[in-house]
Ligand binder design. Structure first.
Ligand code: ATP
Ligand code: MG
Ligand code: MG
Length: 554
């Protein structure tokens, strides 16, 4: 019945259903730690989990994995919610691991009572030194065989805040000789006198990730807990912890792993992105050069283009590097359908149409989007003086140059055919003006024979006296290396591209005067642009999202 091919995680779910797992019990979650903004790697996990929710008509929780107050903040919680919503997904329940602190504590007490956990009073260095190696068993802590009573008392005092940070930990009592190093009496709690963004100073002890994650899944009734490959070795511990709290009849969550997605010419790690922000390499988490969801959004990416990208790359079992040009392909494809066309000149040279009356102007008809008839038409003003792009004119050029050259003709988009007659230069030989004549009968769409006349080139332009000036921010890759953080002997910061931002001025047709923040346009013949939040009335700022064609490969 299902025709589309399933990915390996969907096969796992299908198999569970075939073996009798009730479909109604399916539940997924997306579990970010609020220690930074979401990035394009997270988009894969979001699209996977929420996509499964849609496919199986199952709820998906948004769970904040907030167990480390040293790095987490409310600002990040808010940003994550905003970004998931903007991507177009709705969570069933907004959950916080910190809401389970009491339950986790109660379970930890049970583990102690059952002889499955103990308080270790060694320093972290001592504990680390006893870990052993994958081929050599670890050493047991001298505190490993403390009595249940002593453990209960110490753990209670840890919880009451009687001890300094780092003086005791609670460890699971598993197996110091396990071939899986993570099973060698992993730490469940540490003492940390640090204010938490939600629980304030209620807790001087904080549960570790491994102890928290599976139990949170269990509490919420998550059936399938999909995480990235680095947790594959943790699965054994995930299951050990679950087995110790599990009550019959409840859903037992299943952890499975998929490969992290990496994008070329950037870094997808909140820690590294935070460093870029802190060191001022970029102007905040939503800087349009950042691979964050909010940065991509500000750059002009649509949610649909990011979802399409995530769907196209799909889910894999092995890590690889996805070329950023694939992401750009998807935004180009989406904006081609959606973005209204406008004319803007970014590097202007003035054209004077000598046979066009000085006091005349006319408003010409222009189609908003040839890909979308419903987008309608607008009027653009034409007058005796216009700007064209400097690179669209040459005094002399060979026959392959289909733009304007002396003695040659081009069509002005939505307007007339002009012929270059002469040009004016300053004392340094720099062209300051091009003098042209126009063919009054050649107006686009006028139906005359001249209007149908084929000339090789069509140029975009704006009327000088009607043009509005805007700031235009043009971006290049943030890193010069395709994998800046994959070099063993060099730090990723060494590969920051010093020229990733170019600020220039553009001249736009006046229809853009009231363009609102985040509106996206195609500047014809140049690329896609989006109104930046730094815009003010009368002072527009545009971000270049992407060029019309992939120019990176050349
Ligand atoms: P980071 O290094 O950026 O902090 P993380 O894995 O620590 O990444 P979390 O907030 O824990 O970040 O991630 C939430 C979910 O998103 C997790 O299930 C995680 O596995 C997944 N995820 C994070 N990064 C990627 C990525 N690059 N590709 C796919 N999934 C990812
Ligand atoms: Mg994590
Ligand atoms: Mg992390």
């Amino acid at each position: 019945e299902k025709e589309r091919s399933l990915n390996f995680l969907e096969h796992i779910i299908e198999e569970d259903i075939r073996e009798g797992f009730p479909k109604d019990n399916l539940r997924f979650r997306f579990p970010p730690e609020p220690n930074g903004y979401l990035h394009i790697g997270h988009a894969s996990s979001i699209c996977l989990n929420f996509g499964l929710g849609q496919e199986y008509n199952a709820p998906v929780n948004l769970r904040f994995d907030d167990t480390n107050p040293a790095k987490e903040e409310q600002e990040y919680v808010d940003a994550i919610k905003r970004d998931v919503e903007w991507l177009g997904y709705k969570w069933d329940t907004e959950c916080y691991a910190s809401d389970y602190f009491q339950q986790l504590y109660n379970w930890a007490v049970e583990l102690i009572k059952n002889g499955k956990a103990y308080v270790d009073s060694q320093t972290s260095e001592e504990i680390a030194a006893q870990k052993g190696t994958p081929t050599k068993a670890g050493e047991e802590s001298p505190y490993r065989n403390r009595s249940v009573e002593e453990n209960l008392e110490l753990f209670e005092r840890m919880r009451k805040g009687e001890f300094e940070s780092g003086t005791h930990v609670l460890r699971a009592k598993i197996d110091m000789a396990s071939s899986n190093m993570l099973m060698r009496d992993p730490i469940m709690y540490r003492i940390l006198h640090k204010k938490h963004h939600r629980t304030n100073n209620d807790w001087p002890i904080y549960p570790m990730y491994d102890w928290t994650h599976g139990e949170s899944d269990y509490i919420e009734g998550v059936s399938h807990s999909f995480c990235t490959l680095e947790f594959a070795m943790h699965r054994e511990l995930y299951e050990w912890f679950l087995d110790n709290v599990y009550e019959n009849g409840r859903v037992k969550p299943k952890q499975r792993e998929f490969a992290r997605r990496n994008l070329s010419h950037t870094v997808v790690s909140k820690r590294k992105l935070l460093q870029l922000v802190k060191e001022g390499v970029v102007n905040g988490w939503d800087d349009p050069r950042m691979p964050t969801i909010s940065g991509l959004r500000r750059r002009g990416y649509t949610a649909e283009s990011i979802r399409n990208f995530a769907k196209t790359i799909g889910i894999a079992k092995r890590e690889n590097l996805i070329d950023v040009s694939l992401l750009e392909f998807h935004v180009r494809e989406d904006l081609n359908k959606k973005a209204p066309r406008v004319m803007a000149v970014l590097d202007p040279v003035k054209v004077v149409i000598t046979n066009y009356p000085e006091d005349q102007e006319e408003w010409l008809d222009a189609e908003n989007n040839p890909e979308d008839e419903s987008a309608g038409h607008r009027k653009v003003p034409f007058s005796r003086e216009i700007y064209i792009e400097r690179e669209d004119f040459r005094e002399e050029a060979n026959r392959k140059f289909f733009r304007l050259k002396l003695g040659g003709e081009v069509r002005l988009k939505n307007a007339y055919i002009i012929k270059a007659e002469d040009c004016v230069k300053d004392s340094e030989g720099h062209i300051t003006e091009i003098h042209c004549t126009y063919d009054p009968l050649s107006k686009s769409g006028s139906g005359t024979e001249e209007s149908m006349r084929k000339v090789k080139g069509t140029l975009h332009w704006v009327s000088v006296k009607h043009a509005i000036e805007a700031e235009v921010r043009i971006y290049d890759r943030l890193f010069t290396d395709p994998e800046p953080d994959a070099h063993k002997d060099r730090d990723f910061m060494e590969f920051v591209n010093p020229d990733s931002l170019e600020v220039s001025k553009g001249y736009l047709e006046p229809s853009l005067k009231d363009a609102g923040v985040e509106e996206r346009y195609q500047f014809q013949r140049i690329g896609y642009f989006c109104v930046d939040k730094d815009s003010e009335p009368g002072k527009l700022v545009f971000n270049k999202t992407v060029g019309l064609r992939d120019t990176w490969a050349k």
